[in-house]
Design a protein around this ligand. Structure first.
Ligand code: SF4
Ligand code: SF4
Length: 162
């Protein structure tokens, strides 16, 4: 049986935890008016590069939620994946399964619509989204920049870039 901490430790421990958290930076953000930078491995909205996609279907086979459908795209040779975000669980298996690295996660997680069909993205819609279009109310706070690792969103506050 584990030994019970002595009386003094039990009395002082809650004060220690309160003091520790009182000194920390708050983690609450005024969402959607403030948005923190996405974390490096966030599995958010998925982009498709149709220039490299070979329409092999591996992403569709890998998807455990049957959220990927294939559609012809005018002027292009293959059928390409579209994603039903109403079903997608953002597991990332499709991204991992793609042999040509044509799918990539972004750190954008704001996806909502007035009706179900708003959540079904055709292949041509799986492109980097400008977050300003998704959340117009945060227009002056956010910009999108393209980096080697894909699109990144930068938060602007009155003090400038974070
Ligand atoms: S992230 Fe997962 S659930 Fe979503 S489309 Fe890809 S494989 Fe399917
Ligand atoms: S796995 Fe990659 S190359 Fe194959 S259809 Fe999907 S996105 Fe295209």
């Amino acid at each position: 049986m584990s030994k019970r901490p002595n009386f003094l430790v039990r009395v002082l421990k809650p004060f220690y935890h309160v003091a520790r958290h009182a000194l920390k930076q708050p983690v609450t953000h005024k969402y959607p008016f403030e948005r923190i930078k996405g974390f490096r491995r966030t599995r958010g909205y998925i982009t498709l590069n149709m220039e490299t996609c070979i329409g092999c279907g591996a992403c569709g086979y890998a998807c455990p939620d049957e959220a990927i459908y294939f559609f012809p795209v005018e002027g292009r040779r293959f059928t390409y994946p579209g994603i039903d975000y109403g079903k997608c669980s953002f597991c990332g298996l499709c991204v991992e399964a793609c042999p040509t690295s044509s799918l990539a996660h972004t750190d954008l997680v704001e996806l909502a619509g007035d009706k179900y069909s708003d959540l079904v993205f055709m292949p041509t819609e799986l492109k980097p989204i400008d977050v300003k279009d998704v959340l117009p109310e945060v227009r002056r706070f956010l910009i999108t920049v393209m980096t080697d690792d894909g699109p990144k969103y930068i938060v602007y506050t009155e003090g400038g870039e974070e």
